[in-house]
Design a protein. Structure first.
Length: 168
């Protein structure tokens, strides 16, 4: 995932679309776009997030996420592949080889995410964790064996003393 992510990040700055107008063999106008336009903006941000997260993990940093590393890898890999595919399909005019290479690199990231999912217990593990997330964020079903909140504690009533007679 790391190699694919770094290469995709580099590729995202190259020309994914390129057009030029020539008159008599002389180029009079030219324009190009890298992957950071449209859906590619999300690809770039997610790829930076993926690379930073993987480098931090390799450096031994303990990053506490509300989800497991397996679910985080699956989500990032899937989203990067999906948004790269959308970028290539939507911006299909004047596409260059770099766009196709980016799509292959995004697929490589998704394969790396899939390998992490299989090493982390497979799809059943992800389904179990995802259903636990649903119940923690307001779902109606409580997970089996989940601790319940203790009932509210009410202070014991204070002893009542009879009123003292007025002193004379």
């Amino acid at each position: 995932m790391l190699v694919g992510g770094v290469l995709l990040l580099i590729d995202s700055f190259l020309k994914w679309q390129d057009v030029s107008v020539s008159v008599g063999g002389v180029t009079v106008a030219a324009a190009s776009r890298n992957a950071w336009h449209g859906w590619g903006f999300l690809v770039g941000l997610l790829t930076i997030l993926l690379v930073a997260w993987l480098v931090a993990r390799l450096a031994g940093m303990d990053i506490r996420l509300p989800v497991s590393d397996t679910l985080a890898a699956a989500a990032l890999g899937t989203l990067i592949a999906l948004f790269t595919l959308l970028k290539v399909l939507v911006d299909n005019e004047f596409r260059t080889t770099w766009a196709w290479i980016g799509l292959v690199l995004a697929a490589l990231v998704a394969v790396g995410a899939w390998l992490q999912v299989t090493a982390g217990g497979g799809m059943e593990t992800l389904k179990t964790e995802a259903s636990g997330l649903k119940t923690r964020t307001g779902g109606t079903d409580a997970p089996t064996g989940a601790p319940t909140a203790p009932p509210p504690v009410t202070p014991p009533p204070a002893e009542e003393r009879p009123p003292e007679p007025p002193s004379a």
